[in-house]
Design a protein around this ligand. Structure first.
Ligand code: GLA
Length: 700
């Protein structure tokens, strides 16, 4: 038979089988396949004992109650609160230019579900779902999966991330569950564990090879991602926004759109799935002018002076920044009225006359005159109870009647579902952007939500951001939530950068950044050179090591360059120049991550023609001599010209010995075969702890 709905996307495919009056049945999500001659599912399935007489296979929109016992795509209640059994009575599947639209009705319950699948041609599928009340009575929506997908029964490992402030994106690898695995976000933001997403590795799969399925929800609020073992032996994955009971009540005719989910499959391991994610996220970003300009090197004022600043101090800092090659100066928290510490001021978005008597415009003009852009920190969704805004509008904060209003960092959250609140914030920001030549906003969010604002809070945020972007299309925005609490693809249509973590300690940053890069592309990863000792951890690290670890992302400086001696300032300027030389290569292509012997981790960024390789040693080596580093992604390359650009580490302790090859590689490239580099490995120089070897590898 065919008549199958087979969608190809790069090396990947989805195959669904149409069924009269039912949701299409899942046949495949994985490698590209040929469906010619494929028999219908019914012909491949004999009867099973203790099963329904009419087969109930896994389909695109499984619903419980009439013979499906796995997880449901939709959970509804009627106006009395009773659970509604949904069963599709009509099904209509239409092909679109890039995919499918599946329209399912339950005419008994008066419910319509429209599922969309769009192939991006690169291995990715973007999937969405909208539920509409087509009946006469209100319906309460408890759950709507953005997508429900099959995973192979022999999947071996599940990779996910958890985290907290200052320790974002801690990777966890575990076997697939015997029953079910679930990760829920309930803090109102994606959170410090990173986006709602996971990677499922086939037997033997790793960074470079093997089949990998991955999901990532484009959503900045509460989420649920679940993997459940079916009693037929395969696994079912699903993802969606987590809704509170009673949160979404659909009047007749009303709809609820689930956030989209990105589904990636690759036979090239985790790096292949990551490349699919990066392409999908890059397609979502709206750059001023349409294309990504080179990512300007930042100086962010936060750790240089915290709340303690005024016009003179910021000008002096900005001048020092301009002298070392900084291209964008971002004035962080503390500039607005009443904001001398974190107890007051949020909500009152006018410059503090004590610190900036003439407002911010003269300061911004002076900064721009040095050749830099001017950026500003804001935290629009928040309000301190000690603010004029809160005193005037206590009802604008999220709160429950007759309940305490728990603050975090002394602040409450504004209710963005209220149009008046969004209008107020739009006006504040619009005025600022009109009055002051600001080309960049760092948009912060420094607490979890309690009480919850639910999905309406997230949609209110998106609405505000969209309005602001439309009014000020030249302004770039950075998403931040106490460091990396908002690194999710839901923000990608509105922002251009994520602040990855308040922990700038370069050893900590290695894993945080690797977690970030699993989902989001490097040009959006804010990565700064901080002070030593690091403010978050107290650990001291050499400037070269800090700079090399920050290098692959959107580079910046988070300290006062005047605290460095002249030699170190020159060194920092040198690293800024290094970044400017290589950023186009670092930010335009693929990211390959890998793990080497003896605790070494590595990443390469670029393309088949040219790439930079970062071999990172955090802890002292245990082996007498370094083992060669295998770079599997170069297997198909011919000759490769390899140059050692920098050995970025400290100068204390015994000097690491050097080898003639590496001394030669500094001066001129050494040519090695790609398959040698892939299978036998690049000879590594000995490295002390906290050293990064940066190589340039060019086809040739
Ligand atoms: C958060 C951010 C920091 C800084 C402070 C300001 O913690 O992550 O970078 O902007 O807020 O209060």
């Amino acid at each position: 038979m065919s008549g199958m709905f087979a969608l190809n996307s790069g090396d990947a495919a989805i195959v669904l089988e149409p069924r009269e009056g039912r949701a299409p049945a899942w046949r495949h999500w994985g490698a590209a396949v040929d469906v010619a001659g494929l028999p219908p599912l019914a012909d491949t399935r004999g009867a099973a004992s203790f099963s329904f007489d009419e087969d109930v296979p896994f389909d695109s929109a499984p619903v419980g109650g009439l013979g499906w016992f796995g997880p449901a795509a939709v959970e509804l209640r009627d106006a009395t609160g009773a659970g509604m059994v949904v069963s599709w009575t009509n099904s209509d599947v239409a092909r679109t230019d890039d995919g499918l639209v599946i329209c399912l009705d339950d005419t008994v319950q008066g419910v319509r579900l429209v599922q969309t699948i769009a192939a991006d041609g690169l291995g990715g599928f973007r999937m969405g779902a909208t539920l509409t009340n087509i009946g006469p009575a209100p319906i309460q929506l408890d759950w709507l999966a953005s997508a429900v997908l099959p995973l192979p029964g022999d999947a071996a490992q599940l990779v996910s991330w958890r985290g907290r402030h200052n320790a974002e994106l801690v990777q966890k690898v575990e076997p697939l569950p015997a029953h079910a695995w679930q990760r829920e976000g309930r803090r109102g933001i994606a959170g410090h564990g990173g986006p709602a997403g996971l990677f499922v590795l086939g037997e033997g799969a790793g960074h470079a090879t093997g089949p990998v399925h991955a999901l990532q929800l484009c959503w900045s609020g509460d989420s649920r991602i679940r993997v459940e073992r079916d009693d037929e032996g395969f696994f079912i994955a699903m993802a969606g926004a987590r809704l509170a009971p009673g949160e979404v009540v659909l009047a007749p005719g009303a709809s609820w759109h689930a956030p989209d989910v990105l589904a990636a499959w690759s036979s090239h391991g985790r790096n292949g799935a990551t490349a699919v994610f990066h392409a999908a996220v890059r397609a979502m970003v709206r750059w001023p002018g349409g294309t990504m300009p080179p990512r300007k090197v930042h100086l962010n004022s936060w750790e240089a002076c915290y709340f303690d600043h005024d016009e003179a101090r910021i000008l002096a800092l900005a001048e020092a920044a301009a002298q070392i090659g900084i291209e964008r100066f971002v004035l962080d928290d503390g500039w607005f009225v009443g904001r001398n510490d974190d107890t007051a001021g949020l909500g009152d978005w006018t410059p503090d006359p004590a610190k900036y008597p003439q407002g911010l415009a003269p300061l911004a003009h002076r900064i721009i005159a040095t050749g830099m852009e001017f950026g500003l920190w804001v935290e629009p969704e928040m309000v301190n109870p000690d603010s004029d805004l809160y005193r005037a509008h206590p009802g604008w904060a999220l709160a429950l009647p007759d309940r305490a209003r728990p603050t975090a960092r002394n602040q409450s959250v504004l209710d963005l579902s209220q149009a008046a609140v969004r209008d107020y914030l739009f006006d504040c920001l619009d005025h600022l952007l009109r009055d002051v030549p600001i080309s960049y906003l760092k948009w912060d969010h420094n607490r979890d939500l309690a009480p919850s604002g639910g999905a309406a809070q997230v949609r209110g945020l998106y609405d505000l951001l969209a309005r602001l972007r439309a009014a000020h299309p030249g302004v770039e925005i950075e998403a931040c939530a106490g460091g990396g609490g908002r690194s999710d693809a839901g923000m990608a249509p509105y922002v251009h950068r994520y602040w990855t973590s308040d922990n700038i300690d370069a050893v900590s940053r290695v894993d945080i950044q690797r977690g970030f890069l699993a989902f989001l592309p490097p040009e959006m990863m804010g990565s700064h050179v901080g002070a030593s000792p690091a403010h978050a951890t107290g650990r001291a690290q050499a400037l070269a090591f800090r700079a090399a670890v920050a290098m692959p992302g959107h580079f910046g400086v988070e300290m006062d360059p005047r605290t460095l001696d002249a030699q170190e300032r020159d060194e920092l300027a040198g690293w800024i120049g290094f970044h400017r030389t290589w950023r186009d290569l670092l930010h335009s292509g693929q990211v390959w991550l890998g793990e080497g012997p003896d605790g070494l981790v590595w990443q390469a960024q670029g393309n088949a023609q040219a790439q930079l390789l970062f071999a990172i040693r955090r802890a002292p080596a245990a082996d007498r001599r370094p083992q060669p580093l295998r770079l599997p992604h170069l297997a198909g390359q011919g000759a490769c010209k390899v140059r050692l650009l920098r050995l970025a580490g400290g100068t204390g302790g015994h000097a690491a010995p050097t080898a003639p090859l590496h001394r030669a590689m500094v001066d001129a490239p050494v040519t090695l075969a790609g398959n040698w580099l892939a299978h036998a490995g690049l000879p590594m120089p000995p490295m002390n702890a906290q050293t990064v070897a940066i190589f340039h590898i060019e086809a040739g």
